[in-house]
Write a protein that binds this ligand. Structure first.
Ligand SMILES: *Cc1c(COP(=O)(O)O)cnc(C)c1O
Length: 398
């Protein structure tokens, strides 16, 4: 058996590899440079072009580009008319922003448990948590795999709820051949550098509903409109005229970020194909390693995976997750944990959420970590990661 690096053995690779990273080409840089030297670095034509491109990619009628994925969720919560005393059902296995958007508008996040094999929100648990205060569902396509949209849509229709999809992980994913972005009432994306395509910071909301679109625009641009006529209001005094119709925020994306994202989106197919290739290699390798559990894939989802999660089988391994994680770090494979259940955080604890709310999510959390997955990884990088997982697993097998 190979001696672990953490015990003084030789690491599987010399330099550290991280769980995710962006891929910026010379073309991306040129696209940004061109905008920076032009007339508009914000509020210009690149944002409009990006929104058009996002409609093409997602199949949605409307897209609103914003400053980040968290802002996208906030705008969606505003547009849905969620407010004081309302409840929003979401998953605890997500980044805090998926739940925080309810708090931003005075509502209460309610956590439904997840499916023990896919780790996505469980529609049965959603239904069990519905009350007469429930206003919306924020479902997260965890790791990029689509949630069970058909069942969740049915629940939304039955109880008259707004369906918000947090697809921060899932641009490029298709559910029953429909792209993410045109399934929920509103779909939120993030373009943070670890996500599949990036604008540095960035986000967007897509929708097919003209009324939601109008509200999303208002929420993200100070509640101000320049052409109130277009919004069926009285005629303006002159061309300087604009009016604030509601309270909103400045959540605009800049034009040079939009240019970067347009350039990145032109390679979405390539990014997606490479991610799928790496996932396939991992799936094949880990199927033969007792002690490692991989996420179940549902046939309805043609997934562009953002994260690859391994779960330790505590019946087979004798180490803790911490020991496994530290051993991987010593092999120079830097993993990460996605995610600490949202209601474990001190802020949520102070709001009265208690541990034990979602036992399946909590149990999954105990044994998971994300291993490197990004399109720029070489075949050698992929082999190193598989080597490290195999080596550490063999060492700790009972
Ligand atoms: C990244 C992420 C967000 C937030 O996106 P930002 O662009 O970082 O604000 C929201 N939800 C999920 C599931 C995410 O992974």
């Amino acid at each position: 058996m190979e001696q672990l690096a953490i015990n003084g053995g030789t690491p599987v690779r010399e330099n550290k590899i991280f769980y995710g990273r962006q891929w910026i080409t010379d073309e991306d840089v040129a696209a940004v440079g061109k905008v920076l030297k032009g007339d508009y670095i914000t509020c210009g034509p690149s944002v409009a072009a990006l929104e058009q491109k996002l409609c093409e990619v997602t199949g949605a009628r409307y897209a609103v580009a914003v400053s980040n994925g968290t802002a996208a969720l906030h705008c969606a919560a505003i547009a849905a008319g969620i407010g004081d005393g309302d409840e929003v059902i979401t998953t605890p296995l997500t980044f805090a922003a998926s739940a925080n958007c309810a708090l931003y508008v005075g509502a209460r996040p309610v956590f439904a448990d997840v499916d023990p094999k896919t780790y996505n929100i469980d529609p049965e648990s959603i239904e069990a948590h519905i009350t007469d205060r429930t206003k919306a569902i924020v479902a997260v396509d965890f790791t990029g795999q689509a949630v069970e949209h058909d069942r969740i849509l049915e629940i939304c229709r039955k109880y008259d709820l707004t369906y918000i999809v947090d697809a921060a992980h899932a641009i490029g994913t298709r559910y029953n051949n429909t792209p993410e972005g045109s399934i929920g009432d509103m779909t939120c994306f993030s373009f943070h550098p670890v996500k599949t395509v990036t604008s540095g910071e960035g986000g967007a909301i897509t929708t097919d509903d003209p009324d939601l679109y109008r509200k999303l625009r208002l929420a993200s641009q100070h509640g101000i409109v320049k052409d109130p006529a277009g919004f069926e209001n009285e005629s303006p005094d002159g061309i300087w005229y604009y009016e604030m119709q509601t309270i909103g925020f400045n959540y605009r994306m800049t034009d040079f970020q939009a240019a970067l994202l347009i350039s990145q989106l032109s390679r979405l197919g390539e990014f997606s194909a490479r991610r799928k290739e790496i996932v396939k290699r991992y799936n094949e390798a880990f199927a033969g390693i007792p002690g490692i559990i991989v996420q179940r894939e549902i046939p309805e989802s043609d997934t562009t995976r953002h994260l690859y999660i391994i779960r330790l089988d505590s019946g087979i391994l004798k180490c803790t997750r911490r020991e496994f994680f530290d051993a991987m770090s010593a092999e120079n494979v830097q993993c990460q944990v996605h995610y600490i259940p949202v209601y474990f955080f001190p802020y949520y604890q102070r709001l009265g959420y208690e541990r034990g709310l979602c036992p399946i999510a909590e149990e999954i959390y105990e044994g998971i970590m994300s291993i490197p997955l990004y399109p720029m990884m070489s075949d050698e990088d992929v082999n190193d990661v598989i080597h490290a997982v195999t080596k550490v697993t063999e060492w700790y097998r009972k």
